[in-house]
Design a protein around this ligand. Structure first.
Ligand SMILES: Nc1nc2c(c(=O)[nH]1)N[C@H]1C(S)=C(S)[C@@H](COP(=O)(O)O)O[C@H]1N2
Ligand SMILES: [Mo]
Length: 321
């Protein structure tokens, strides 16, 4: 480890997950000590120290990044939807400190030639990390601009060799009953399940995310790994993944299960197709919400139409909402 010439930073791809994990433990210990010293509750310390999370660098990916002003780390990590921790925007930041993100593995199975269980440390090494700035548009009418760190989901799916029968991908996220106060309530059916068509999942924009702002993901953002599917409403970007199943038939997501007339399988951002309770024509960009700040016009496919519109050629996007 110490044989490097001074002045030579290791390239991001050479930063080992072991190093990430060690510094993470160190960070937790520091957070704990500081909490005790300051007489703070543990969650307050975790929040205060969130900015000191271990770094997770990626190479910049301008081709897959937007130029919009980025939402602050504070807003990205304190205004969240992660219903397993509660339905208020502040609940995930307050309660997700309890989520156990190690040990962690992800089962990839179903219509594949080589089903495998991947340890999180293997996943961190599977493909080169990239820095990508994506828009995130929540169906509730707000949006953010977030610098994720991750690599294309396709890199993982190729490892297991999908069979000709694989048409869809089903994503299942973690349930830790003791650590997730929200799963006591039947807001959704737990675990949280989402799905993509296989060609959507293989699209280069579909990102498997491990970090944000050059750091390991805060738990409230879906540690240790989550999806970012930027042309779809935020709920498609499932957090804290534990199972990925390649299937022949369209999966039923937790949101479809809860209200099929409100949440469809596709959930492509579309200003012309209103949700039954909310117009989707405009959005409030978090951090820009002054009293006189005009709302932004929501863009078709969240502004990613050039890259993804061809996936839906000939489809009725009102029927397939
Ligand atoms: N497991 C799980 N994943 C989830 C959710 C959730 O409640 N549980 N909420 C979704 C919704 S509605 C949105 S808008 C995004 C929010 O991601 P962020 O909090 O990192 O901005 O996460 C999505 N992924
Ligand atoms: Mo959302």
């Amino acid at each position: 480890m110490s044989s490097r010439k001074p002045g030579h930073e290791p390239p991001p791809s050479e930063i080992t997950p072991e190093a990430v994990w060690l510094s993470r433990r160190e960070w937790m210990a520091r957070a704990g000590l500081a909490a005790a010293a300051a007489g703070l509750p543990a969650w307050a310390a975790r929040r205060a120290f969130a900015q000191d999370a271990p770094s997770l660098a990626g190479r910049p990916s301008p081709q897959f990044s937007v130029m919009d002003k980025q939402t602050s780390f504070k807003d990205v990590s304190s205004y969240n939807n992660y219903y397993e921790f509660g339905v208020d925007k502040s609940d995930p930041a307050e309660y997700a400190g309890k989520l156990q993100t190690r040990p962690w593995s992800v089962v990839v199975e179903g219509e594949v030639r080589r089903p495998q269980t991947f340890d999180i440390d293997a996943l961190l090494k599977l493909a080169p990390m990239e820095d990508r700035v994506y828009r995130l548009r929540c169906v509730e009418g707000w949006s953010m601009v977030i610098p994720w760190v991750g690599y294309p989901l396709s890199a993982l799916l190729k490892q297991v060799e999908p069979t000709g029968n694989a048409k869809y991908v089903e994503f299942t996220t973690v349930v830790q009953r003791e650590n997730m106060p929200g799963v006591r309530y039947p807001v959704l059916e737990w675990p949280y399940v989402e799905g993509l068509r296989l060609d959507e999942a293989m699209h280069p924009l579909a990102l498997l995310v491990f970090g944000v702002y050059g750091k390991v993901l805060p738990n409230q953002n879906g540690a240790p790994l989550r999806l970012a599917v930027p042309w779809k409403y935020g709920f498609k970007s499932a957090k804290s993944l534990v199972r990925i199943r390649l299937v022949e038939r369209q999966p039923t997501s937790s949101w479809m299960q809860a209200a099929a007339n409100e949440y469809g399988f596709y959930a492509n951002v579309n200003p012309d197709v209103p949700h039954p309770r909310w117009s989707q024509a405009t959005e409030r960009r978090i951090g820009e919400d002054g009293l006189f700040t005009p709302k932004r016009k929501t863009l078709m496919f969240n502004g990613y139409a050039d890259q993804v519109a061809s996936l839906y050629q000939g489809m009725d996007l009102k029927a397939n909402y």
